[in-house]
Write a protein that binds this ligand. Structure first.
Ligand code: DC
Length: 224
C-alpha cells in the first residue's frame, strides 16, 4: 500500500496540532506530533536537572532514552522509557525547555531517525518546525501554517482563561515572540517555510476552514 506524507510546520500557537489531528482523522492518516517528542526529551532532562549547556550529561542521558509514540482510544500518547508522560508535556515550562534543548545536534539527531522511521511505515500528517525542510523533504504536501503573533497570544490567553488560569496577555505575547526567535534563529533546522510549502496564514480563518483547505489539497496531491 502506498504511504503518503504530509508536513505541517509553523510557529508555536498557530494551531498546527489542532488542525493536523482533525485533518489526519478525515484522511485516515496517523497524526505525529513531533513537538511532543522534543517535550518528552526536555521532561527527561528536567527530571535529572540537566541544563541545555551540559553537553556531556545530555549525551549520556540520550543514550538511555527511548521515546515512542503510541495510540490509545484515538489519542496519541508519548511513552518515555515506557512511561506514559503525555499529561506532563503541555506545561509552559516543558515547552520552553523543549525549545531550549531543541537546537542541540544530538537531540535533533535522536528524533530525526525516529520521525523518518514513522513516516516510512504509515501515511502520516507530521507537524513541527523542520518537517518540510529536514525530516520529510519529499513529503507529498507541505503546509507552512502561521498566524499573527498577537492573534496567537489572544487565542492562548482565551484558552488559559477558560481553564481558570491567571494570566497576562502581554506576558503571553512576549513568550510567543521569544519562542519564535529561538525556533527561527537556531543554526540546525531552524523554523523556516520550505521552498515548496504552501503558506497558510490562519489569523482570520476558522479551524474548520483550515482543516478543509488542507484535506482538499492533500486529496488532490495524493490522488485520494
Ligand atoms: O510544537 P511544540 O510547541 O510542542 O514544540 C515545542 C518545541 O520543540 C518547539 O519550541 C521547538 C521544538 N521543536 C523542534 O525544534 N522541531 C520540531 N519538529 C518540533 C518541535
Amino acid at each position: 500500500m502506498k504511504v503518503y506524507n504530509i508536513a505541517i510546520d509553523g510557529p508555536a500557537g498557530a494551531g498546527k496540532s489542532t488542525v493536523a489531528k482533525m485533518a489526519a482523522a478525515r484522511l485516515g492518516f496517523v497524526y505525529v506530533d513531533t513537538g511532543s517528542m522534543y517535550r518528552a526529551l526536555a521532561l527527561y532532562f528536567m527530571r535529572l536537572s540537566i541544563k541545555p549547556g551540559d553537553m556531556s550529561a545530555i549525551g549520556d542521558a540520550l543514550a538511555g532514552i527511548d521515546v515512542t509514540l503510541s495510540h490509545r482510544g484515538g489519542e496519541q500518547v508519548v511513552l518515555l522509557n515506557g512511561e506514559d508522560v503525555s499529561q506532563f508535556l503541555r506545561a509552559q515550562e516543558v515547552g520552553d525547555m523543549a525549545s531550549a534543548f531543541s537546537p542541540l545536534a544530538p537531540v535533533r539527531e535522536k528524533l530525526l531517525f525516529l520521525q523518518r522511521e514513522l513516516a516510512e511505515r504509515t501515511s502520516v500528517i507530521m507537524d513541527g518546525r523542520d518537517i518540510g525542510t529536514t525530516v520529510l523533504p519529499n513529503a507529498d504536501l507541505k503546509i507552512y501554517l502561521t498566524a499573527d503573533a498577537k492573534v496567537r497570544a489572544g487565542r492562548r490567553y482565551k484558552e488559559l482563561l477558560e481553564r481558570g488560569a491567571e494570566c497576562d496577555e502581554e506576558e503571553i505575547l512576549k513568550g510567543i515572540l521569544a519562542r519564535d526567535a529561538q525556533d527561527m534563529e537556531r543554526e540546525i533546522s531552524p523554523l523556516r517555510q520550505a521552498q515548496d510549502a504552501v503558506l497558510l496564514d490562519a489569523s482570520y480563518m476558522t479551524v474548520d476552514e483550515v482543516v478543509s483547505f488542507i484535506v482538499n489539497l492533500a486529496r488532490e496531491r495524493c490522488g485520494l
